[in-house]
Design a protein around this ligand. Structure first.
Ligand code: NAD
Length: 515
């Protein structure tokens, strides 16, 4: 198993501010403040001041604002897409499908479902001492939640976590990635227009140190990013015993069984390998294909990959965009060069630069298909996070499962086979937080279905009941009603009564132990 790369990159910043680039052109498009610990402490104070009123607004009051925001996202989608594209270099479709549609759905989903997931739960107990009493489990908001986001999906990742935290009644401070802060600032404008009270949602722009300062100030930290930074966040949070939820990196395998629909498997591998330029935490990062269908699968993927259009064009004109984070191009290049040096064959692409326009400015890597790969190569063991698809031939499904699990990561996975019962049995043996059969990634759009990483891919999950309860303190309530005239809690017990109680308990609980 390969060790996880510990490199964390940060751009060089001017004093107290940092530049934001359009990665498709390399041009600087904005500067944002690099907020320090003092500013974060002031924001935290503000958030704490306004949170009780936000909580008191109740589910309905909060839902009204979040639903207005759902409409706002749809009404302003072209503007938002333009901002997202300007700081990420992704295609129009990548911004529309994986950001706008998810973001709008999330505002509506949590507005509608928060109350259901957080309603008081009646608890029944067999304990004799609580007979006749009311026992409840309730979920109260933690207070101030800090969300730290990555650069690959500035809307989906960051707001996918902020919205349930807000719906639960928390104030939220979002620290977006310094590579893509503009989308968060745009959405903050929207929330303000939709009537969110001042200070309930705040955006703290800054570098890594700003994120570290946020960890010190909040009641819970929701972190999405690399495994290396996730470990630092968890260590920092341990100093103040602040709860954390971590959504980290992955190296998602796809297994193509001998009875797979090869056309469907090839389409899915390519689409979800190249989606967002391969910069998706649950991208298809490596493929294992059983021998009988290997040649057919490789031929189809190669043909389709050659036809991919790469660029910055209007809707419908390009398939793959630029890389978002400049140092990521170096990582992709290192993985491809390492694979080539160890015997891999490049069937498509294989170079940095934009396909069919290698001198184009900005940060680009060609859509790339690799074969003759194995687990001595970093392309098969480390997160590449780029438009590469390495394909490996395997003898049988046992070898495929063994290799799929030969990874420190365990985020997502997929299995292809027409015998779906059998494919599901294979899926259940893959060590991953989510596995799709005859599909990939779409599970992420089902907000009812929990999504979280196994192994070094994370801690906790988003979506479903757990995706909002993590922003709450679980509180047990016991209420003694005055239904009986005599209060049984009289002190002190007499020796006679204690002896009687002892006999009663041994009779009651001893029964269960008889043969
Ligand atoms: P990163 O870890 O470099 O940065 C993430 C965020 O952490 C940024 O906002 C950064 O400023 C901040 N940060 C850096 N140092 C910090 C510190 N010491 N304390 C607190 N915050 C700090 O990650 P990235 O490069 O922005 O994102 C790419 C990674 O994110 C990939 O590994 C990808 O797989 C992962 N990711 C995971 C998911 C998921 O749901 N599991 C989703 C998207 C991305």
């Amino acid at each position: 198993m390969a060790a996880i790369e510990e490199t964390v990159h940060e751009p060089v910043a001017a004093k107290n501010e940092f530049a934001v680039e359009n990665p498709a052109t390399g041009e600087v498009i904005a500067h944002c403040p690099d907020l320090g610990a003092e500013a974060i402490a002031a924001m935290a104070k503000r958030g704490r001041e306004v949170q009780p009123a936000w909580e008191a607004l109740g589910f309905e009051g909060r839902a009204r604002i979040l639903k207005r925001m759902q409409k706002w996202v749809i009404d302003h989608q072209e503007e938002i897409i333009a901002v997202i594209r300007s700081e990420t270099g992704k295609t129009y479709e990548d911004a529309l499908i994986a950001e706008i549609s998810y973001g709008a759905a999330a505002f509506g989903f949590w507005a509608t479902n928060a109350e259901k997931y957080l309603a008081d739960e009646k608890v029944k107990s067999s304990a004799i001492l609580v007979k006749g009493k009311k026992l409840l489990l309730r979920y109260r908001p933690l207070g101030l939640v800090g969300v730290i986001g990555p650069w690959n999906y500035p809307l989906t990742n960051s707001f996918g976590d902020c919205v349930p935290a807000l719906a639960a009644g928390n104030a939220v401070i979002l620290k977006p990635s310094e590579i893509t802060p503009l989308t968060s600032l745009k959405l903050a404008e929207g929330l303000k227009e939709c009537g969110i009270p001042d200070g309930v949602f705040q955006v703290a722009t800054g570098l890594g140190a700003t994120g570290a300062a946020l960890v010190d100030q909040v009641d819970m930290i929701m972190f999405t990013g690399s495994t290396a930074t996730g470990k630092k966040v968890m260590a920092k949070a341990a100093e103040t015993l602040t709860p954390v939820s971590l959504e980290l990196g992955g190296k998602d395998p796809m297994i193509v069984l001998a009875d797979a629909d090869v056309e469907r498997a090839a389409n899915t591998a390519l689409y979800y390998g190249m989606l967002n330029g391969g910069q998706t935490c649950i991208s298809v990062e490596r493929v294992y294909v059983e021998e009988p269908v290997y040649d057919a699968f490789v031929a189809k993927v190669t043909e389709k990959a050659r036809a991919l259009r790469q660029g910055t064009g209007a809707a419908g004109s390009v398939d793959v965009g630029s890389m978002t984070f400049p140092p990521q191009v170096d990582i992709v290049e290192r993985h491809v060069e390492d694979a080539k040096a160890k015997g891999a064959t490049v069937l498509v692409g294989g170079s940095r630069g934009k396909k069919s326009d290698p001198t184009h400015p900005g940060y680009w890597y060609e859509p790339t298909i690799l074969v003759d790969v194995d687990h001595t190569m970093s392309a098969m063991t480390e997160e590449t996070f780029g438009p590469t698809l390495p394909i490996m031939k395997v003898r049988d499904e046992e070898e495929a499962i063994r290799l799929a699990n030969d990874s420190p990561y365990g985020l997502g996975a997929s299995v292809f086979g027409k015998d779906t019962k059998h494919a599901e049995a294979v899926a259940r043996r893959v060590e991953a937080g989510a596995v799709c059969v005859n599909d990939a990634l779409v599970n992420y759009s089902a907000l009812e279905l929990p999504m979280g990483g196994a192994k070094a891919s994370g801690l906790g999950s988003r979506h479903g009941a757990g995706g909002i309860r993590k922003y709450c303190q679980q509180q047990a309530i016991l209420v003694t009603r005055f239904a009986t005239k005599k209060d049984p809690h009289m002190y002190p017990y007499s020796a006679k009564m204690t002896a009687r109680l002892g006999k009663f308990f041994s009779f009651l609980y001893g029964r269960g132990n008889r043969d």
